[in-house]
Structure formats: structure tokens, C-alpha cells
Ligand binder design. Structure first.
Ligand SMILES: Cc1cc2nc3c(=O)[nH]c(=O)nc-3n(C[C@H](O)[C@H](O)[C@H](O)COP(=O)(O)OP(=O)(O)OC[C@H]3O[C@@H](n4cnc5c(N)ncnc54)[C@H](O)[C@@H]3O)c2cc1C
Length: 450
């Protein structure tokens, strides 16, 4: 019997496991792939979106996120967010809401996360997939997993669902919303890829010469290279339903991260749909890469460094919890009493209605709070949620789905799980003020409570 089982080793799951283990409880982390980091590593997603307040003045997502960033910086795997400004190559020249992102190397992150998990004694089970929960009436007591070793049951006092898709909660019967059910739509998926051997000065020169051409909406300045995409389309070399390129400079000067392919209507809870996304995503990445070499000055000798080993999933299940965070809460900069962290990430909903329908809405205030109640699923005891699947409406999830908030949720869920074990109570019965006290002791920044 374990104390805490964390299912999924993405940004949320790793932070949950480390933070629970640091409080002295026995933790096992179950991850279906061969490394941790989820979208940050297997998905090649980057940079870490901003961890600062809306004015770009103070780092507000701290705690375990800050520790991971500092380790990465020390090892030369990341650039510290204090040195990264919006409107630069590191933010795809987007200004609003993009001050102080963190460019990082996926390979470095894999190493650092392994080290941090092992340092605190987390048992890691890679190549192990969650199958179904073990339930005793309305309480989860463990999970059934599948691996090369066969099918087995793992028991624990508390389980944390960090699968991104909310697999554990959904299979345990917790109600959920799939994408935006009001609109009957889901955010598109994207196959990220990285290119290397780029003459970055030449790319920058082309961008600077065309900065006045950028498309501006709601004060947001984006759509790099649309002048080159138009050229390629005219010549019959561009067939995609996209008008520009999302292009982020990486820590190594000759490397760039490309966030451009678009896969509509993907259901990441279906293996058939995911398979279609992987194949179509690689095909689109190939077309975009060929476009770079032919049309983008500085990319004539570029190399396709890697396509993601897992297609990027922006949205799937939003599990219903004790509180459903709404877009209105975030945009009005509300800080509920039981907030377990604060963030200022804007609502960022991509292309629900096609290539020009991105919705990017900054908040009206310095920051908002995410309540503990959003990490507590309805119906089931002994279960916590962290990361992309937490209880939020589709638009609010479009803000807090980025990696720094997911890591902060992981920290909160991990500490809540450990405290529940130590106090022999369920996470729902845990006093939120005790949790918040422990979060503050562990570096979480909650200035309204100082
Ligand atoms: C296209 C795209 C662009 C993005 N851009 C940015 C950006 O620029 N900056 C930013 O900060 N964020 C960005 N994000 C958001 C961010 O990457 C994700 O929302 C975030 O990684 C979610 O973290 P998570 O831990 O909840 O889930 P994930 O990162 O999805 O991790 C979930 C983990 O659980 C594992 N898992 C899943 N199911 C099972 C199972 N059944 N059994 C065992 N293991 C399982 C997975 O293998 C994975 O390791 C982007 C996302 C996408 C898709």
C-alpha cells in the first residue's frame, strides 16, 4: 500500500509527486511513456508561458516551478524568465501577456525531473499505463495498471489524476465536459517540431523588416511570417489552413520551436483519433519544414531536429469538481479564499472556428487565484486533480492549461495529498487554511495572505 499514487508524469504530475514526497509520505508515480514532462518533453511544447503578474513586474508562480527553472538555468538548459521579454524572438514577437516566458531544452528537462524525483525517493514506474480505478463504493483505493510486466493493482490512500485527460476521474464516474460543450467544439491539436542549424540573425532581420506587417488584435501583436506563407501559397507550396507561423527561439541560438500545424476535431481520449493526429501532424510538420528551407531567409540549411513523440493536446475533458472555475473569475482577477496559487496567464483559445479565430484575452487586474475546490472532483473521495483536466470551464481552462499554472496545481495537489495522509482525512475534509500554510512554507507566493 502506497500513501500517494500520482497518475501521469507531466508538468502537474511531477510537481505533485515531488511535493508530496518532500513531506515524508511514500509516493509512486505512474507514467505511460519513458520520461517525465508530458507535453513539455514528449510534446516538445515550449516555452513555459509567463509566470509573472499581468504587468510583467513580479514573478508570481514560484514554489516548485521556480525551483525547476533555477535547476534548468544552472545546467544551461533554460534562460531565466527575468531575462526574457515579450515582443522578442523568444515569444514569437507576441507582446501582450508574454513578458517573462522561460525557453528551455526538453532533453535537459527530462534529466532534471528524473533527478528531482529520485532525490526525494519517489518510486517511478515508466512504461506503465493507467487502466481503471479500484473503487470501494465512492472512494478510490487504488488503480489497475498495464505494463510489460502484465496487469497489476496498486493501492494507495490518495490518488492524484494528472493524466491531462482526466482518465482516472472519468473512469471513476466523475462527470466531465468534453471541450466546449456549449459550442460543441474542442481546441485543435498541434504537432510541435524543432528545427536546428538556423541562421538566427537572418531570420530576425526578415522579421524586423516586416514587423509593421504583423497582425494586431486586442493589442496582441502576432502572426509572424505571414508574408512568406502568402508567397508559398501563391506558388502552390502551402496547402495548410494556416496563415502564419508560431515560431519561438530556443536557448541554443540556432534552434527554434515551431507551433504551427493544426489538427481539428481531435479526441485525445480515442486511440483512433490520436493515431490520425500523429500521422497528419507529421505530414503537416514536413510541409512546414520544407516551407522554412525554401521561403524563410536564414533557414536554407535548417535541419528537422525532431517532431514531437506525442501530438500536442490543448483540450479534452474538464472534470467537474467542487468548484468550476470560470473565465469570468479569471478575467475579473478574483482571488477566492481557498486559492492555492495565483497566476496571470491570459485566456488563450486557439482556432475553434478556423485559422483566424484565436481568442487571446488578457485579465483585468494583476492576477487571479485558483481555488483548492477546483482540484477536488465531485462524487469520489480519495482523489485529487491537477493540470489540464481540473475543474474549469473551457475558456478558463484556456488560461490555466499552460505549464507554470499546471506545475503550481501539481504542487498544491501533492501537498494536499500528503497532509491528508498525515492527518488521516480525505482531501475533501482537509482544512484549506492548513494546506495554504504549508504551501507558503514551501515557497508558494500568496501575497494577499502575507
Ligand atoms: C499545441 C500546444 C501549445 C502549447 N503551448 C504552450 C506554451 O507555449 N507554454 C506553456 O506553458 N504551455 C503550453 N501548452 C500547454 C501545456 O503544454 C499543457 O497544457 C500542459 O503540459 C498540461 O500539463 P499536464 O501535466 O496537465 O498534462 P500533460 O503535459 O499532458 O502530461 C500528462 C502526462 O500523463 C501521462 N498519461 C496520460 N494518460 C496516462 C495514462 N492513462 N496512464 C499513465 N500515464 C498517462 C502522459 O504520458 C503525460 O506524461 C501548450 C499545449 C499545446 C498542446
Amino acid at each position: 500500500m502506497k500513501d500517494v499514487l500520482v497518475i501521469g508524469g507531466g508538468p502537474a504530475g511531477v510537481c505533485a509527486a515531488i511535493c508530496a514526497a518532500r513531506l515524508g509520505v511514500k509516493v509512486t508515480l505512474v507514467e505511460q511513456s519513458g520520461s517525465c514532462g508530458g507535453m513539455a518533453t514528449a510534446g516538445l511544447v515550449g516555452p513555459f508561458m509567463t509566470c509573472y503578474d499581468a504587468k510583467g513586474e513580479r514573478m508570481i508562480i514560484r514554489g516548485i516551478f521556480q525551483e525547476i527553472v533555477e535547476r534548468l538555468v544552472k545546467r544551461g538548459f533554460a534562460i531565466h524568465p527575468k531575462e526574457v521579454l515579450g515582443g522578442t524572438a523568444f515569444t514569437s514577437w507576441i507582446k501582450v501577456g508574454h513578458d517573462h516566458c522561460t525557453p528551455f531544452e526538453a532533453e535537459g528537462l527530462k534529466l532534471v525531473l528524473d533527478e528531482m524525483l529520485l532525490e526525494v525517493g519517489v518510486e517511478i514506474l515508466y512504461h506503465t499505463a493507467f487502466l481503471e480505478p479500484v473503487l470501494e463504493e465512492n472512494k478510490i483505493t487504488g488503480v489497475k495498471v498495464a505494463s510489460k510486466s502484465g496487469i497489476e493493482e496498486l493501492y494507495a490512500k490518495v490518488v492524484i489524476d494528472c493524466t491531462g485527460d482526466g482518465d482516472v476521474a472519468a473512469r471513476a464516474g466523475v462527470p466531465f465536459e468534453m471541450g466546449n460543450e456549449e459550442l460543441g467544439l474542442i481546441q485543435p491539436a498541434t504537432m510541435f517540431f524543432h528545427i536546428s542549424n538556423v541562421d538566427t540573425d537572418a531570420v530576425e532581420a526578415d522579421i524586423q523588416a516586416n514587423l509593421h506587417n504583423f497582425y494586431r488584435k486586442d493589442g496582441v501583436n502576432y502572426r509572424s511570417l505571414h508574408w512568406r506563407v502568402a508567397e508559398a501559397r501563391e506558388a502552390g507550396d502551402w496547402s495548410l489552413d494556416r496563415v502564419s507561423i508560431g515560431l519561438f527561439r530556443m536557448p541554443k541560438k540556432d534552434e527554434w520551436c515551431v507551433n504551427t500545424s493544426r489538427l481539428m476535431g481531435i479526441d485525445s481520449t480515442s486511440n483512433v483519433s490520436l493515431t490520425r493526429a500523429e500521422i497528419e501532424g507529421r505530414k503537416q510538420a514536413d510541409e512546414i519544414f520544407r516551407f522554412f528551407r525554401k521561403y524563410v531567409p536564414g533557414c536554407e540549411n535548417a535541419r528537422l531536429k525532431a517532431t514531437a513523440s506525442h501530438v500536442g493536446i490543448r483540450e479534452s475533458r474538464h472534470i467537474q469538481g467542487e468548484y468550476r472555475l470560470t473565465a469570468e473569475d479569471l478575467l475579473a482577477a478574483r482571488v477566492p479564499e481557498d486559492s492555492v496559487f495565483i497566476a496571470a496567464n491570459s485566456v488563450d483559445v486557439h482556432g475553434l472556428f478556423g485559422p483566424k479565430s484565436n481568442e487571446y484575452v488578457p485579465i483585468n487586474g494583476d492576477y487571479y487565484g485558483v481555488p483548492y475546490r477546483s482540484l477536488l472532483p465531485q462524487k469520489i473521495e480519495g482523489l485529487l486533480l491537477a493540470g489540464r483536466c481540473v475543474s474549469a470551464d473551457s475558456t478558463a481552462a484556456g488560461a490555466i492549461r499552460v505549464m507554470p499554472p499546471c506545475m503550481a496545481m501539481g504542487q498544491a495537489a501533492g501537498i494536499a495529498a500528503a497532509l491528508s495522509v498525515q492527518q488521516t482525512c480525505t482531501p475533501k475534509a482537509l482544512d484549506a487554511t492548513v494546506l495554504i500554510g504549508s504551501l507558503k512554507e514551501n515557497g508558494v507566493f500568496l501575497p494577499h495572505l502575507q
